[in-house]
Design a protein around this ligand. Sequence first.
Ligand SMILES: [Zn+2]
Length: 142
Amino acid sequence: MSMPSIRTRPLTIYYDVPIARTEKFWNGIKEGKIYATKCKKCGTLYFPPVADCANCFSSDMEWVELSGEGEVETFTHIIVRPASFADEPPYTVAIARLKEGVRVLAWLTGAKKTEIKVGMPVKLEAKVTPEGRLTYEFKPLK
Ligand SMILES: [Zn+2]
């Protein structure tokens, strides 16, 4: 309650800036939409969204909704899980290249292990977990 303000100030800056600059992304997930950021100056597309362009250093970015559609480029089945996922069944992590040209790393769910192949069409979908965690994952594109 009586925390000295000189100690809270750095924390406020640390939390406020990233949330404000990516708020649209997290709100998009809640609405079932996947947003990337695009540099207005050089056109480079970023996913996950970033506030500053690593290519031309511009901060003039715009939000772009992604189709989510893409093709699996590589994948791996995770059998030995990290401690934070120890309660989850074995899962598959894939990297897919979306139509818009960005590569995305996410879990791939809703497919049998034997069905998952390089070149498989997938769709990146927004997801709110039962615990309220906002995330996204690939599903087979039917
Ligand atoms: Zn740029």
